[in-house]
Write a protein that binds this ligand. Structure first.
Ligand code: GLC
Ligand code: CA
Length: 559
């Protein structure tokens, strides 16, 4: 380890438990299922697991609406099985991170239930309760902010004659972090899990946990994110995170990664730049997930490699020497990456190329369940079949503007449900995910795309991921090298170099099915390099370059 920071050499496997593996035969993934797959996760070379929320939750947002922060959802198990899992993971040298949602709770959390009982209830101030405004005698919400998931950001309560703020779904009331009692609760919650042995947290929408005092109106901009300037990256976010660090986190050997929609490298550095002001280890970026859409996955545009490269390079370069990247191309919030940035026709080739493209950059790689076998988008025939609250919200908004068939297309392409179909373990019934009918549709390609089929095939995507993870672990140039991009304007090729103590790595990725001539940059003689990774056989070099095959990727090492 270069500086004693173990997370720099870590590789994280991200589990969305509900769809990972059903251990008790009720059609819902659970911790018993995860236990049975720990060997599999270890076989990948991953040495950490991040669980999307597994706490009790009414599932308005599948676990991101928490009703008890110190327990396990009965669908997934209980505290004993979690402790068992923790022990089994640690015995394998794997760390375990939980998802901590501090911006909001469920409306079924006892705090909220209390808070809505009366204005003088001791929990009332745990949330943002505000009286209505009157405009020409009409009752209107306290300000004009909009929620990400369900219309305006305020919901009226008859009993109190007040509104509460919810930046996400109605069942996700925002917590008032300005209240020191709320912060004390979260410090308690952190200690509860850390004392049990949990190794850290992924902190959900953490850059939203402070709001402009007085909650003023926003100058209307976009229909879906009105108010952003009043709840994103306010100075108090850093204060609160510093308080959590001082009072809790720095007393444990733990890791934290924040999630922060619409954050730039500059704003991220306020939290993650190494030094006394650092309050998080890493930040989850979004800009590279917007190469085929505008701000949200539901406003599509054609994929632009240049947009992707600009975003990736921006984070690589601006964090260099200052902070550490969180590298990812899939999670539970986005459609499958092969269906987006790669090609379902060249599923395996483009899957390998995308894997090398992001995992050979500088940072901690995160792999989302099913990504390693090249799962692709499901295409369900009706909008109602998509269970996610934000998908239904997007469909509702889109249906004012587009005909039904177009709305369906939009959903099929952009829905985050695409990442939430059951993990495809085998060609058996229900893809080997469960004996019972799964809670959500299995992708019909499961007979072709599954773990069992790829286990023994040395050329499979799964085995490529294993090789890649090992390669990263064993090569300091990948872990610690500098980053330099070539051909930034090219619309089909992504070429970059990593360099460390005289060792250079040249990564060449084609994002096209077309043949493209690649000429090695000045200073490189491909014949002198060792090709260490690729996605085709027979890799000739002609005149210090080559003509790409569909989605070809080659990685050369120069020592
Ligand atoms: C984060 C989570 C997402 C959730 C939202 C609200 O973006 O990743 O799944 O819906 O926060 O908690
Ligand atoms: Ca189950």
């Amino acid at each position: 380890m270069a500086d004693g920071k173990w997370y720099k050499e870590m590789c994280v496997y991200h589990i969305w438990t509900r769809s990972f593996c059903d251990g008790n035969g009720d059609g819902i993934g659970d911790l018993w299922g995860v236990l049975s797959k720990l060997d599999y996760i270890q076989s990948l070379g991953a040495n950490a697991i991040w669980f999307s929320p597994i706490y009790p939750s009414p599932n308005a947002d599948f676990g991101y609406d928490i009703s008890d922060y110190k327990n396990i959802h009965p669908d997934y198990g209980n505290l004993e099985v979690f402790a068992q899992l923790l022990e089994a993971a640690h015995a394998r040298g794997m760390r375990v991170f939980l998802d901590l949602v501090m911006n909001h709770s469920s409306d079924e959390h006892p705090w909220f239930i209390e808070s809505r009982k009366s204005r003088d209830n001791p929990y009332h101030d745990y949330y943002y309760w505000r009286p209505a405004r009157r405009i020409r005698g009409r009752r209107v919400p306290p300000n004009n902010w909009t929620s990400h998931f369900e219309g305006e950001a305020w919901e009226y309560d008859e009993g109190l004659d007040e509104y509460y703020l919810h930046l996400f779904a109605k069942k996700q009331p925002d917590l008032n972090m300005d209240n020191p009692r709320v912060r004390a609760e979260f410090k308690e919650i952190m200690r509860f899990w850390l004392d049990m042995g949990v190794d850290g947290f992924r902190e959900d929408v953490v850059t939203f946990i402070a709001k402009t005092p007085g909650l003023p109106n926003s100058y209307p901009r976009l229909p879906a994110v009105n108010g952003l300037e009043h709840f994103s990256n306010l100075p108090k976010v850093h204060d609160y995170l510093m308080e959590f660090k001082r009072d809790v986190l720095e007393h444990y050997d733990c890791f934290t990664v924040g999630e922060s929609p619409s954050t730039t490298p500059e704003t991220a550095l306020r939290y993650i730049a190494e030094g006394p002001g650092q309050v998080l280890d890493e930040m989850i970026a979004f800009s590279h997930m917007e190469a085929d859409c505008v701000l949200t996955d539901m406003v599509p545009r054609p994929f632009s490699l240049r947009k992707l490269k600009r975003a990736m390079s921006d984070w690589q370069l601006k964090l260099e020497g200052k902070a550490w990247n969180a590298l990812y191309i899939e999670n539970h919030d986005h459609a499958r990456v092969i269906s987006r940035y790669g090609s379902e026709r060249y599923r395996v080739e483009s899957g390998k190329m995308l894997a090398a493209m992001y995992m050979l950059q500088r940072g901690t790689p995160f792999i989302y369940q099913g990504q390693e076998i090249g799962m692709t988008n499901i295409r369900l025939p009706r909008v109602e079949m998509y269970p996610d609250v934000s998908t239904q919200n997007a469909a509702r908004i889109a249906s004012h503007l587009l005909p039904r068939s177009q709305v369906l297309k939009l959903i099929q392409r952009g829905a985050r449900d695409n990442a939430r179909s059951p993990m495809q373990w085998s060609a058996e019934k229900n893809a080997g995910f469960s004996e019972a009918t799964p809670w959500f549709c299995v992708n019909e390609n499961y007979r072709e795309v599954n773990v069992a089929k790829q286990e023994d095939d040395p050329e499979s995507l799964l085995n490529f991921y294993r090789k890649l993870i090992r390669f990263r672990r064993d090569n300091p140039v990948v872990l610690y090298g500098t980053y330099h991009e070539y051909l930034p304007k090219d619309k089909k090729l992504y070429v970059y170099e990593r360099e460390h103590e005289g060792v250079r790595l040249l990564v060449i990725c084609s994002f096209s099915a077309d043949q493209v001539r690649f000429d090695a940059p000045a200073g490189y003689e491909l014949d002198r390099g060792l090709q260490v990774l690729g996605n085709y056989d027979l890799n000739f070099v002609i005149a210090n370059g080559f003509t790409t095959r569909p989605y070809e990727m080659r990685v050369y090492l120069f020592e």
